[in-house]
Design a protein around this ligand. Sequence first.
Ligand code: NAD
Length: 481
Amino acid sequence: MAVLTSHLTAESRNQDSDLMQILDRQRRAFLRDGPPRREQRVRKLDALLALILKYQDSLVESVSEDFGNRSPHETLLAEIIGAIKPIKHARKHLKRWMKPERKPMELELMPARAEIHYQPLGVIGIMAPWNYPFYLTINPLIGALAAGNRVMLKPSELTPRTSQLIKDMLAEGFDDTEVAVVLGGPDVAAAFSRLPFDHLLYTGSTPVGRKVMMAAAENMVPVTLELGGKSPAIVGPDYDLKHAANRITFGKLLNAGQTCIAPDYCWVPEGKVDQFVDLVTEQATSMYPSLADNSDYTSIVADRHYARIQNLIEDAEQKGARVIEINPASETVSNQRKIPPTLLLDVTDEMDVMEQEIFGPVLPIKPYKELGEVIDYVNDHPRPLALYHFSNNAGAKQRIREQTTAGGMCENDTLLHVMVEELPFGGVGPSGTGGYHGHYGFTRFSHAKSVFRQSKLNGAGLLNPPYGKFTDFMLKVMMKR
Ligand code: NAD
């Protein structure tokens, strides 16, 4: 069934074959057992919940060790509670989600019935990144299990302790024909993306997302791509600058900016930039009065990413940006792989920092005169994963909502749309394909099968040949309707 690509080395062919065996076992088990009933799905979700509760302390520890330091509170909020909430939500709503949906029927086909039946797709592949290594592995798993699928997971190699813990804990609660975890680096990830899954969900950067989509295309595997991009924050001239500074600083510095929906850069009305800089500095200082040995302030995950962010700052400075570092206790933090919150002024599109997703605690600030200028800029650049608009002006809010396109947005806040289980989460174009979470996760990992149910009494044969006057009459009626 899989299309094997001839240019692979012997080693990668072995890798493909090991992974293929797991997939085969899962697929055979799926076909043998059929779609699980609701009670079985709920039991799986309960098992997952029990594992999370059992291992929460170890998870908090392992994530922090992987990062160098990650705030335990942020791990509890974003990873542990972030995973518990969708399990409870899915359990509560599963009965309604699984129920076949009755649809209105065309007059001429009555009294037949039209229904949508939600069927599990089979075996789902999930590839997760390192920035929220637990949440971004488990959250899609919840949707896939709720929809009745088998799942193969590939967590990130950049968070090895957490990925190993995920593998161990899931092995404790699930047979590997139900949920299997595969560990490894880019080679394994590439082999994983070549598997003939029934659906593949990938979370990570846009450049690797492109490779994943191409690999999946070989086998016509449908993909959900949860990617990144440069998510703008826009502060309206009418808006309380202090409140905007508070929420943008929070969104930017959570996990030290290593958040896919962090505000990447910020638009501030011309003339208010200096005041905004003071307010962000004040806010960041009150949140993190010190950085070194402050467990609230997260380290950058790896040397490579640390160097990447430092290079962005240096490149911007060399090309004329003003750099404002917020390091309230004037500490040396590089030895802890921490980067102080950093504001960049006078940025231009020639700077790398305005071309690439920053994914770190660095906030470029751009002044603007008129909202149209901001809308044009956003529309001239790749569609972002998120957009944040701060304004109480109804007209301006409507313009931003209607004239810009982003995966999701918040008005007068940052990040929080991701927490709403009733909203689909995902990007658009280069920031992603397909949303999930809650009911949208259930439908993403289900096949919505159209079912036409003919009734005993029906007029189906009335349009059979030989065609004659009655057919002409029926066609006329149908043309008019
Ligand atoms: P990445 O794309 O650099 O790496 C992801 C994984 O891809 C790695 O673990 C690697 O093993 C694998 N990989 C490398 N080469 C591959 C190949 N040829 N084929 C298949 N897989 C390959 O992303 P990252 O650094 O782990 O994560 C950061 C990015 O993820 C950011 O862009 C961020 O915005 C995005 N992100 C998006 C979301 C979302 O929900 N939309 C969430 C978190 C992060």
